[in-house]
Design a protein around this ligand. Structure first.
Ligand SMILES: [Zn+2]
Length: 608
């Protein structure tokens, strides 16, 4: 880790009482050897959050989050690992060497300070909305838009008064100076450098939370003709528009539930109030890769619902590509021209919106529909023009069943034979091959490859083997002779294997502290390890271990061979002689090793 010595980390970990820490965020009840409660990381009604006090670990069967005390605090307080160590050391009176990280701890303190200031400002705005005469106009606007008191509370809406220094004055009374407000993005320095004025004035205020429910910034909607109509916090140490999504902290983590993405705060809030609780807003920017990655943690699919104007359509198109690239299922909801979701719900009710949701188009259908615009499909000429465009779109589909469906639909629609269409599509695909090939070398396609790996038998075997090694000293003692980390092919299990085998090699007495492993893992592999540990233990026998080792190695050889083959094709296209020879050597070596592996074992019982 570098920042703190292992001794210090161990001491903090030993002293930090996981039960006490977790209990500050959710209430726990004893059940059996463990404690259970409602998960503090996702909304749920029946408890699926477990704390194992003896092992000092936690795990949620609902959303899959898990780890040790540090992981918990990192997730809950949005801290880095060293920050979490410091946080817990402070709390449990462990003295840390001061000089190492005065800069880091200063940054960390500053961030906490800004969270507090934002919370303070949000409370002030909320008070102004509900209890001041100035705020009553904002309140009547809210009522006119049909929002209820519960909604105002759920989203902690507020009102920034129209005076130039409402917040500044109140903050000063509470001991916060305006220079600090400026750094938090809430005040602006006057041009003549004489003092500050409030950034948000006469605006309806939307506090923006990060996933851990800390307020990181604000959006403010003008209640008069002021421009811009929507004003966001500027970039601050906490806030960066492209890094967050509005209301992300309010939705449920569930890969099966599609998340609706809208443009505006009001759209988002109105949808939540009408039962569409899986809705987020994109904070008025084009979607970024960072936002797509964030969404990926919450869901497997999204429905883009942007305004039906030119700007909205352009944003939709950019957005859907970025989302699809992260491996999310993307659907597009087409709104009637000139309407936004908020209007539709207010004028026609939630059911109308549900109908629109049900009729939302998948990515390919959406592109086909757009391609058809402006073409007179009834004429032979128009038909040909459209087919040409459609084939280009169909060529981009790599999933066979999906391609079949779209070809069938299109053929029916145009009254042409599927066979003819198929022939054209495959011819074009083949012709594209050279070009597509280069594309498949990009990060995105590698990810596609890894994305499918989690369902394979190899991945299961990797998980089982890791569990057995972690939990059984007798296996640990000589597992190093049979296998090591290099054979693990899944992104997450590989990281775990790296740490595990390294730990085993370092500890001659084969003792490992499971909880300690988490200190070397990132968020994703921590969750992976927790879910591995939460699985039911299997009876150990030599045969099972042997077949798991074989299976894991087989997975490694297969993946390596596929990779080398791809590289070979690429090298052949580009005519790189030397590289081809090198790759052929590697290829043959891998093949030989794989044959060697197969000759020593009968096919493993551990099926896919
Ligand atoms: Zn959970």
């Amino acid at each position: 880790m570098g920042f703190y010595s292992d001794e210090i980390i161990k001491e903090v970990q030993d002293r930090a009482d996981i039960l006490e820490i977790v209990s500050e965020y959710t209430s726990l009840k004893k059940r059996g050897d463990n404690y259970i409660g409602l998960c503090p990381f996702h909304s749920e009604k029946t408890p699926s959050f477990n704390v194992d006090v003896e092992k000092k670990l936690f795990y949620c069967f609902g959303c899959g989050v898990g780890g040790n005390v540090f992981t918990f605090i990192m997730n809950k307080e949005n801290l880095s690992f060293p920050e979490a160590v410091r946080f817990l050391a402070d709390k449990f009176n462990v003295r840390l060497p001061e000089k190492i990280n005065s800069k880091l701890s200063q940054e960390f303190r500053e961030r906490r300070e800004y969270y507090k200031i934002n919370r303070f400002a949000a409370k002030f705005f909320n008070y102004c909305l509900l209890h001041t005469r100035d705020g009553s106009r904002a309140l009547s606007y809210i009522k006119q838009r049909g929002l209820t008191e519960e909604t105002v509370e759920k989203f902690f809406l507020g009102y920034a008064p129209s005076s130039w220094d409402g917040l500044i004055k109140y903050a000063r009374k509470m001991g916060i100076d305006s220079a600090t407000l400026e750094k938090a993005g809430l005040a602006i320095a006057r041009k003549d450098k004489q003092g500050h004025y409030d950034r948000f004035r006469n605006r309806l205020m939307f506090p923006i939370e990060d996933v851990t429910k800390n307020i990181i910034g604000f959006g403010g909607r003008a209640l008069d003709d002021s421009m811009p109509k929507y004003l966001n916090s500027p970039e601050t140490p906490l806030f960066s528009k492209g890094d967050n999504l509005y209301a992300l902290s309010k939705i449920e983590k569930d890969p099966a539930l599609d998340v609706i993405i809208v443009e505006g705060y009001m759209d988002c809030i109105t949808l939540h109030q009408h039962g569409f609780r899986q809705t987020v807003a994109s904070l008025g920017t084009a979607l970024t890769q960072k936002q797509a990655k964030l969404l990926k943690k919450y869901t497997g699919g999204v429905i883009l619902s942007y305004d039906a104007d030119a700007a909205g359509e352009a944003a939709t198109e950019r957005g859907m590509e970025i989302l699809a690239q992260e491996g999310l299922r993307v659907k597009i909801l087409s709104l009637p021209k000139g309407k936004d979701p908020d209007e539709i719900i207010r004028e026609q009710g939630g059911q109308s919106f549900q109908k629109l949701l049900d009729s939302s188009l998948d990515l390919v259908s959406y592109k086909l529909q757009k391609a058809k615009l402006g073409i007179k499909i009834e004429t032979a000429d128009g038909k040909l023009k459209y087919i040409k465009k459609a084939i280009d779109i169909l060529c981009q589909i790599n999933n066979e069943p999906e391609l079949e469906i779209h070809m069938k639909n299109l053929a029916e629609q145009l009254g042409i034979s599927v066979q003819a269409l198929k022939k054209e599509v495959y011819r074009k695909k083949l012709a594209n091959n050279g070009l597509q090939y280069k594309k498949s070398q990009t990060r995105y396609n590698n990810k596609e490859f890894k994305k499918i790996s989690p369902v394979t038998g190899f991945y299961k075997a990797e998980r089982k083997l890791l569990k057995l090694i972690i939990e059984n000293e007798s296996i640990r003692r000589n597992v190093g002779e049979k296998i090591d980390e290099r054979y693990f092919t899944n992104d997450r299990t590989k990281k775990i294997a790296d740490v595990l085998f390294k730990t085993i090699r370092q500890n001659t007495n084969q003792d490992i502290d499971v909880s300690n492993l988490f200190n070397y893992l990132d968020e994703e592999s921590s969750a992976e390890l927790s879910s591995i540990l939460a699985e039911r233990a299997e009876l150990i026998n030599e045969e099972l271990i042997c077949s798991l080792v074989t299976k894991v190695k087989e997975g490694y050889f297969k993946e390596s061979i596929v990779k080398v083959r791809e590289q070979l094709k690429q090298a052949e296209i580009l005519g790189k002689r030397e590289e081809i020879n090198q790759l052929l050597n590697i290829y043959q070596q891998l093949k030989a090793e794989m044959d060697e592996l197969n000759s020593h074992t009968t096919p493993g019982k551990e099926g896919a």
